[in-house]
Design a protein around this ligand. Structure first.
Ligand SMILES: *Cc1c(COP(=O)(O)O)cnc(C)c1O
Length: 405
């Protein structure tokens, strides 16, 4: 079988862009290419402003700084997300408050977030997990009622939209990552979107050594750092952005196909796809694994069997974030998170690059699952009828030697 589509993808256009930056002699964070990319990324999302940054972690830190969130403040984050969502809160000097996820979407459980709001709560950071927008119809009114800032962590959600509105523009600030595994990448990189002129200026200043955008080079009225993207990255990202929509369509078509084909297996339940999410980036295609529906095979053994049949997967985050040494109480505040605990044990992630394959190749996934079940049942039958044990068929089972370590 041919290999899965690889990631990252690039062609002559990235090379041309890189050459253009090289020849311009303007390689750094004040390269014209940066402004071009920022305008294009903002336009794609219908945002008034885009401020690029080195990565999707410092972009979150910049967002907290721009909103003057720091020591003494609490920020609500989901317990099941990448480390950076919560580490950025601590790096800004504030305290993360971990709340549970919705077991059907793995997105922030808005009722749990409501219950966690206290005197010191200043912001909520929803993560559009795997590319599915969080329920913004519930989240935005909640934030408005309690006067909380909403910073969307859209690191998984390039091009996702909620009722026709691109994510990253629905809260106060949206933060994106262009790290190597993300759906748009320059190896590393980040971007912030906002419709608020004053926030955009503060974000820009924080990323640009505390300067004012209309001030002079050696004047630094604010505290800030150098968190700029380079011209090289912006040149690559311009082309990655051109590829975003065609790839988004392909991933969504692949996800629809897989949802249909995998429905026959009781032990594999894809995360829900809310209809209000008219675009779903599918940074990950996530299955909730139930061993009872797969003849008692453990999740990790099932993943090994998939791997042996050429289907790579990941078990995802190994623990809710409040169990990380750097985030556990009292460094962060934990609330009960049974769904996040469960997600760490049941999730199987397929990476977005698999979803760029055509249907003929995607068919290998349901076929592999069916094959694993057939093998299991054959083994179970043999165990029940000792006469068959040791038959040549068993001795030459093609799968035994192929299981990856
Ligand atoms: C990748 C990621 C980030 C940011 O990561 P960087 O590697 O710093 O760009 C933030 N949040 C989530 C959920 C992510 O997956």
């Amino acid at each position: 079988m041919a290999g899965w589509p690889t990631w990252p993808q690039w062609d002559e256009r990235e090379l041309d862009g890189l050459r253009r930056v090289l020849e311009s002699g303007n390689w750094g964070g004040y390269s014209e290419t940066l402004g071009e990319f920022e305008r294009a990324f903002a336009a794609r999302h219908g945002a008034a402003h885009c401020v690029s940054a080195m990565n999707g972690t410092v972009s979150l830190v910049a967002a907290f700084a721009a909103c003057e969130i720091g020591p003494g403040d609490e920020v609500i984050v989901p317990a099941y997300t990448f480390f950076a969502t919560a580490s950025a809160v601590r790096l800004a000097g504030a305290t993360p408050v971990f709340v549970d996820i919705d077991p059907d979407t793995y997105n922030l459980d808005v009722a749990a977030a409501a219950a966690a709001i206290g005197e010191r709560t200043r912001a909520i950071v929803p993560v559009h997990f795997a590319g599915l927008p969080v329920d913004l119809d519930l989240l935005l009114p909640l934030a408005a009622k309690h006067d909380l800032v909403v910073i969307e962590d859209a690191a998984h959600a390039h091009g996702s939209s909620w009722r026709g509105r691109p994510v990253g523009t629905l809260g106060d600030i949206g933060s994106f990552s262009f790290q190597a595994n993300k759906n748009m990448t320059a190896g590393e990189g980040g971007a912030l979107l906002t419709n608020d002129d004053a926030l955009a200026e503060r974000l820009w200043s924080y990323v640009n050594q505390g300067r004012d955008s209309d001030g002079s080079w050696y004047e630094h009225p604010h505290l800030g750092s150098n968190l700029r993207l380079t011209g090289w990255q912006a040149a690559v990202l311009q082309v990655q952005l051109e590829r975003l929509d065609p790839q988004l369509e392909r991933r969504m078509a692949a996800a629809r196909y897989l949802r249909e084909e995998l429905a026959q297996f009781a032990g594999l339940r894809p995360l829900a796809w809310d209809e209000r999410a008219d675009n779903h980036a599918h940074h990950l295609f996530v299955l909730r694994y139930d061993a009872d529906g797969l003849d008692g095979l453990s999740r990790d053994d099932f993943r090994r069997e998939l791997e042996a049949r050429g289907i790579p997967s990941s078990a995802g985050y190994g623990m809710p974030l409040y169990r990380q040494q750097s985030l556990k109480p009292p460094l962060g505040r934990a609330t009960p998170c049974p769904a996040a605990e469960r997600a760490c044990k049941e999730a199987i992630w397929l990476s977005h690059n698999l979803l760029l394959a055509d249907e003929a190749q995607l068919a290998a996934i349901p076929e592999a699952v069916a094959d694993i079940l057939t093998d299991r049942r054959r083994l179970a039958l043999r165990a029940e009828s000792p006469r068959e044990a040791g038959s040549p068929r068993q001795a030459s089972s093609p799968r035994q030697g192929g299981v990856a370590a």
